[in-house]
Design a protein around this ligand. Structure first.
Ligand code: ZN
Length: 662
């Protein structure tokens, strides 16, 4: 489970020490609704040589998986990428012409989204250049490559595969989603297939469907497994090769065994092996260098089963980890005092390990758009029996923060000067604490009653799970315990996060939605669910108001203490829904509060936002790691640099890391 940035523009805060010794220009590129930033990797040079070697091979293993994600996202993505990169690189005409400019924008959008559908809205991009122009230009290229009819339809016919992931209630979510996890099946056939495999009495179920494409051919349903010799074998071979090299520089035997089990998993495709790997990975808290690599999160599957390929390589930020360690040491206190029915609490919280990390590379589904917090493994029974590992990516939140400095967001949307001051002072720390609490305690809290199917909430599972974790974090941000633990120094600090959360959930996140559309993405649904539910249930006490000033709408919070109570009540209800697998109640909450948008307020937000020229979405280029070898091919040093721009980077990845033969 991952936490993504809750707001496009965090409040400005004081510059960090990092920026003082080496000011870097954070903005790399700006196009469509996207801003590409760079991030710094502070303290990379303080790693030992063996750690640098380990990081290096893990980053190679990370980048080699890129094509898997492209193929998963849509069946024609790699073919389209080849054509448009070829045209971009070899185009001999006027690069300032209107058609070419529109083409360049499309190329950047596709590169950013790892395919022809928007990474967040899931809508297909509409090219601003004509099909005629495109075909003419292809014909002029060396070798005159041709786009086949289905590729042209995919690019230019807006009705074909219009949505990567469709979450619209009442439609066949499999048939109407373009993502390539299923072929030739209806939603019912997929559900029947997996229901037949599931044993309700299995206390340690594998994550069904996590690493396979389900296809129906000649009436027969089969799983094509992602593994060596199976689907995506060529790319997986490169990943395994680099994991094997990394293994030689593991920091300790436990980490070496963890990497070995991951290699076993890629070799066999066996999901029991994946669980074994996940347990070892969660248990390894001693190593400083760490990584995620594999088919992990299932947000791109309308049924939440198949994992999208991703990788993040990182190392622990020892100084900042004090914060998360303090939280996890007190995990049992938080669990035992949570405002949920004791039947749904964990009697004993198992090994919540939490740390603040420095990301060294982002890859697959975590690149260029990336989460700021991650909590894994996802399997409920592993979390219950072995605990989970939770991380906050602080060099990423820091880059977001630096880049948003002085962008005018707070002046436009925050109600008054005292509230703005509160945000300036406390939003960075409370936002980071919110991420820590969400990942480290929120996802790990509570328990599912025996016999309840962990997938019982079906298409609403992700939204309700994110809501549960967010509510846990919001509730405890206001708890005096955080002052007692020395994590906050002002009893009012939490109000900064509360204000921002409600503002975002009721209003400002709407800038990511096109006029007339519903909210679909799970994290956005969760945030509106919480904000709109609290707004409605606090109405008679005027806890939250939407007030008008000079024709503009502002969020006004009158009673922060009551708002905390409301968060606690909703947490209790959503935990009950999860614990009992109450699909009906969960679906009702989502449909009532999370999906629909007030068109008038939406329009106002879009208009006000347009004047600020802030990109609704952000992502990152990676640093470049260069290994220095001796005559025997042994790495003697790894150099890191930050100069690469967005298009050169993705074009280099496509050229040097073409993992899948087309
Ligand atoms: Zn989460």
């Amino acid at each position: 489970m991952k936490k993504i940035l809750t707001i496009a523009a965090a409040a400005a805060v004081s510059l960090s020490a990092m920026a003082q010794d080496k000011p870097i220009d954070y903005t790399v590129d700006r196009f469509a609704d996207i801003e590409v930033l760079r991030y710094d990797v502070p303290d990379f040079n303080s790693l030992s040589l063996n750690q640098k070697r380990l990081v290096y091979y893990l980053t190679e293993a990370a980048i080699w998986g890129r094509d898997i994600l492209w193929a998963q996202n849509y069946k024609h993505n790699l073919e389209i990428r080849d054509l448009i990169e070829n045209l971009y690189t070899n185009y001999a005409g006027d690069r300032n012409s209107e058609q070419f400019k529109a083409f360049e924008k499309y190329l950047k959008q596709v590169e950013f989204a790892n395919g022809i559908h928007h990474h967040y809205s899931n809508d297909k991009f509409i090219p601003g250049f004509t099909q005629e122009w495109f075909e003419e230009q292809l014909a002029l290229l060396p070798g005159s490559p041709k786009a086949c009819g289905c590729v042209l339809k995919a690019m230019f016919d807006p009705t074909v595969d219009a949505k990567k992931v469709n979450q619209a209630e009442g439609e066949d979510l499999i048939m109407t989603s373009a993502v390539d996890f299923y072929d030739g099946l209806t939603q019912k056939e997929v559900e029947d297939y997996y229901n037949a495999l599931k044993d309700p009495n299995d206390a340690t179920p594998i994550s069904y469907g996590l690493n396979s494409r389900l296809v129906k051919k000649d009436g027969k349903v089969t799983e094509q497994i992602y593994k060596l010799g199976g689907l995506y074998s060529d790319a997986i071979a490169h990943i395994v090769e680099n994991l094997t090299k990394a293994m030689a520089y593991a920091e300790n035997d436990a980490q070496r065994m963890t990497i070995a089990r991951l290699i076993d998993f890629y070799t066999t495709g066996d999901l029991k092996t994946f669980d074994d790997y996940s347990i070892r990975w969660a248990d390894d808290t001693a190593s400083q260098v760490d990584f995620i690599n594999g088919f992990i999160e299932s947000y791109n599957d309308p049924l939440g089963m198949t994992g999208s390929w991703e990788s993040i390589v990182n190392f622990k930020n020892n100084a900042a980890s004090h914060r998360t360690e303090t939280l996890s040491q007190n995990a049992q206190w938080f669990e035992s005092n949570s405002p949920v029915d004791p039947r749904f609490r964990k009697d004993e919280v198992k090994g919540v390990s939490a740390k603040v990390i420095t990301a060294a590379i982002l890859a697959g589904d975590s690149y260029p758009a990336t989460p700021i917090g991650i909590n894994l493994p996802n399997a409920n029974w592993i979390r219950a029996a072995h605990g989970s590992k939770s991380v906050t990516l602080e060099n990423i939140t820091q880059a977001y923060d630096e880049a948003s400095h002085g962008n005018g967001f707070n002046e436009e949307f925050v109600i008054d000067a005292p509230t703005r001051e509160l945000l300036d002072k406390y939003l960075f720390i409370t936002d980071n604490l919110h991420t820590d609490l969400h990942e480290c305690l929120g996802h790990g809290s509570g328990r599912i009653l025996p016999g309840v199917d962990p997938d019982a909430l079906k298409a609403h599972g992700s939204t309700l799970e994110e809501a549960r974790a967010d509510l846990f974090a919001l509730y405890y941000l206001a708890d005096p315990k955080l002052l007692e633990l020395g994590l906050l120094d002002n009893p009012d600090a939490y109000k900064a996060e509360y204000y921002k959360y409600i503002l975002n959930g009721l209003m400002t996140q709407l800038m990511r939605i096109e006029p007339g559309k519903d909210i679909e993405e799970a994290h956005m649904r969760n945030r509106q669910l919480i904000a709109a539910w609290a707004f409605e249930h606090g109405k008679k006490d005027k806890v939250i108001q939407l007030v008008k000033k000079g024709g503009k709408t502002y969020v006004k919070i009158n009673d922060y203490a009551k708002l905390r109570d409301l968060f606690g009540q909703l947490l209790g209800e959503i935990q009950r829904i999860k614990s009992e697998g109450d699909y009906e109640a969960g679906a009702a909450l989502v449909q009532k509060y999370a999906v629909k948008v007030d068109p008038k307020l939406h329009k106002e937000v879009l208009n006000r936002y347009a004047k600020l020229d802030i990109a609704p979405y952000k992502g990152f280029v990676n640093p470049v790691y260069e290994a220095v070898y001796d005559d025997n091919g042994i790495i003697t040093d790894v150099k890191v640099s930050y100069g690469e721009d967005f298009l050169p980077q993705v074009l280099r990845y496509s050229k040097n890391y073409a993992g899948l033969k087309k």
